[in-house]
Design a protein around this ligand. Structure first.
Ligand code: IVH
Length: 678
């Protein structure tokens, strides 16, 4: 009996590994997500029955258990970081950069001269804008993953790298004669995943990442691999470090072997027999790089023959057999008209440059983020400066350089305010963070943002409560918290600017109507950090009432499928605060609906994934999204094998074509309505 369980476990592990490879490496899944989940469930059940058979390379072990503890980190003398140092057996060198064809030709001429041959074969690869990592396999098993660090010493991020399903936990290297092997590659976040992550962060009141590279770097160095697991990270493998086993004749051959071992190798890699071929590739990718779903900052040109590589050798910084050719991001010049400081819903104080409008990378830009205090100091940017901005991979354009430094004498340095620019309260910058936050919970700027969020479409959906109205209500002191909205009388609002009696009544009616919005919308509207629309829905469904949710212990919250420790902690913190307790008590007195019927087995769309495309006739896309979420479904931005339905309006985009290719069910608006009604 046990014997056959062991066989079953082995078979399941093999099957799951194969399907991971098909899905994450080949992009050609053979089974549905549900079937995949079932395999995983079965394996988990069997392993629970026989915990002694759990091995570190089992697919169930990808998402690690507990985050690194404090003791663990202190052992290595870096309490706040807690990542163990790893010495690279073969240093992880960097590449010599070239910025134009002449410089690259100099590199080629040096290679030709040092090798003493005319004919040199090169491999040309995309230069991926991510993070270099090293993966060590021993006897076929992934035993260590590390960052590049300074090239000599990196940090141990094994637990985090294991969560990337495009990184195999085991490889058939013994069959090929290898005992140990260190594989190197670039971990990156794809653009679509990055956009979705940032949208979610903004919805949850968190500062967005500046670009996919920062997002990938941040995700890889987290102490809790469960968060890393939720980030859209991928890898392209492109080099070897130390290995014991048969040598390779060429770099290209090595890449082929890595592909056969199950690693992702970039399909755009080419062999080039001449400098002309390289130049063609440079021209080709200048245009084509923007069509990729990940950021590329140039090409890497490598001598193909390993014997030739060895002959050329390395300096202590970079190999002489390889060079990077860097593309410049599209830049534009403009003038900083003003530097303003914004205060967000959670009190984050962010400097923003107001610019003379300028056209760059396909759109007109009139504002650019300056991110934070460190960035302003680094750039030394001042009002009136001519600056260079770029839009390379970032959703928000950024200032990268100040041009006319000579103006500096006449202009004061920009200083971050010492207090909140809106309420003059203390601002704080927690250790290790780059963001200053206003500590005053009653800060009018925060309050305005919070009220706007509370009233927004997907929260309480209060018509007529826009920016101008919120500004007046807060500035006149009429509203200092959510519940005071429900205290408002007609005479309070009809006296306000641009407010006829009729529209005053409309506003009061809309506020009253919103009392029926329901638990999920209210929970979302409260603006609890990290609680987005979907999580609010899950909480409402799980607890059924605000009272139950307010009392839910941390362990219960964390046990919910879609809720991690960060969200659970934030919910506990919110309900533990005195003024939030008062707020909820007052909202209850105003008879807001604070319960939600628990639907047996969830909503009609429980667990279904939707993608929306085209224009809908009877509802906006936002409304459709809300309806899907309310019925227990999810909305994602791109079509994949995981998508259950594509809701297509008129003028659908490429998402429809992709869905047709993958054989995913496509719904008209009518069919969608029907599905909702069932
Ligand atoms: S090869 C000895 N190939 O660029 C050469 N590096 O500036 C080792 N990178 O640290 C690197 N794409 O993180 C190589 N196709 C590619 C690459 C690549 C991106 C990164 C890598 C490296 C940095 C060098």
């Amino acid at each position: 009996m046990s014997d056959s369980d062991q066989q079953k476990i082995e078979q399941l592990r093999k099957d799951i590994q194969r399907h991971d490879h098909l899905y994450y490496v080949k992009d050609a899944p053979e089974i549905t997500d549900r079937e995949y989940d079932r395999l995983m469930e079965r394996l988990k059940e069997l392993e629970a029955k026989h915990p002694e058979w759990i091995t570190p390379d089992s697919p169930t072990q990808r998402v690690g258990g507990q985050p690194f503890s404090k003791e663990f980190s202190e052992e290595f003398g870096e309490p706040q970081r807690g990542l163990k140092p790893v010495t690279h057996k073969v240093p992880m060198l960097s590449l010599d950069n070239t910025y134009n064809v002449e410089e690259l030709r100099d590199f080629h001429n040096r290679v030709v001269k040092n090798l003493g041959t005319k004919e040199v074969e090169y491999v040309v690869e995309l230069k991926i804008d991510g993070l270099g990592v090293s993966l060590t396999y021993e006897d076929g098993i992934l035993v260590r993953g590390a960052t590049r660090g300074d090239g000599k010493t990196g940090e141990d991020i094994t637990a985090n790298l294991k969560t990337l399903r495009s990184i195999p936990l085991t490889i058939p290297m013994q069959k090929a004669g290898y005992k140990t092997m260190e594989v190197r590659g670039e971990v990156y976040m794809n653009r679509r995943g990055f956009d979705a992550l940032n949208r979610k962060r903004e919805e949850e009141g968190e500062a967005p990442f500046a670009n996919p590279r920062n997002a990938a770097a941040g995700s890889l160095r987290l102490l809790d691999s469960r968060i890393t697991a939720s980030r859209p990270l991928h890898i392209w493998v492109y080099a070897l470090g130390h290995f014991e086993g048969p040598a390779f004749n060429t770099h290209f051959e090595m890449l082929k072997q890595m592909g056969e071992f199950g690693f992702r190798t970039n399909p755009n890699t080419r062999l080039c027999q001449s400098f002309d071929d390289i130049q063609k590739m440079i021209d080709e990718w200048q245009e084509k790089q923007s069509t990729l779903d990940y950021d590329v900052d140039g090409l890497v040109i490598k001598v193909n023959s390993i014997a030739a590589q060895n002959k050329l050798g390395s300096t202590n910084k970079h190999p002489r057999w390889a060079a990077a050719f860097k593309y410049e991001a599209e830049e534009a010049e403009t003038v900083v008209q003003d530097i303003r400081v914004q205060v967000g819903r959670t009190g984050a104080v962010t400097p923003v440059a107001e610019l003379t409008p300028v056209f760059v990378s396909g759109s007109t830009v009139s504002r650019a983020t300056l991110h934070n205090e460190d960035e302003i100091v680094r750039l030394d940017v001042r009002v009136g400066d001519r600056v260079v901005i770029i839009k390379a991979g970032e959703i928000i354009p950024k200032v990268i350089r100040v041009l006319d430094k000579e103006r500096k004498g006449r202009q004061p340095k920009f200083k971050m305010p010492k207090t909140c620019p809106k309420c003059d309260s203390k601002i704080e910058r927690p250790e290790g963070e780059a963001v200053w936050r206003c500590v005053n919970a009653a800060c009018p700027a925060q309050l305005k943002e919070r009220l706007l969020h509370f009233a927004s479409r997907n929260a309480m959906d209060i018509d007529h409560l826009g920016t101008a109205m919120v500004d007046q209500l807060v500035d006149t002191g009429k509203v200092k918290s959510f519940y005071e909205l429900f205290d408002l009388q007609l005479e309070d609002v009809s006296g306000l600017e641009r407010m006829a009696e009729k529209s005053g009544k409309n506003l009061i009616d809309a506020i009253a109507k919103s009392k029926q919005a329901g638990l999920a919308r209210l929970v979302f509207g409260l603006g609890i950090r990290h609680v987005g629309q979907r999580v609010a829905q899950v909480l409402a469904q799980t607890y059924g009432s605000m009272d139950a949710l307010a009392k839910a212990p941390y362990e219960d919250l964390e046990a919910i499928d879609e809720i991690g420790p960060r969200i659970a902690e934030s919910i506990r913190e919110f309900f533990g605060e005195k003024h939030n307790k008062k707020e909820l008590c007052k909202l209850k007195q105003h008879k807001l609906v604070m319960t939600e019927e628990k639907k047996a087995g969830g909503g009609s769309l429980e667990g279904k994934q939707f993608v929306l495309t085209g224009t809908l006739e009877n509802m906006t896309r936002d409304e459709a999204k809300r309806k899907i979420i309310e019925a227990g479904g999810r909305v994602t931005s791109s079509v994949s094998a995981k998508t259950d339905y594509v809701l297509a309006g008129t003028d659908p985009g490429s998402k429809l074509t992709k869905a047709q290719k993958l054989g995913i069910a496509i719904l008209s608006e009518k069919e969608f309505q029907k599905l909702l009604d069932t």
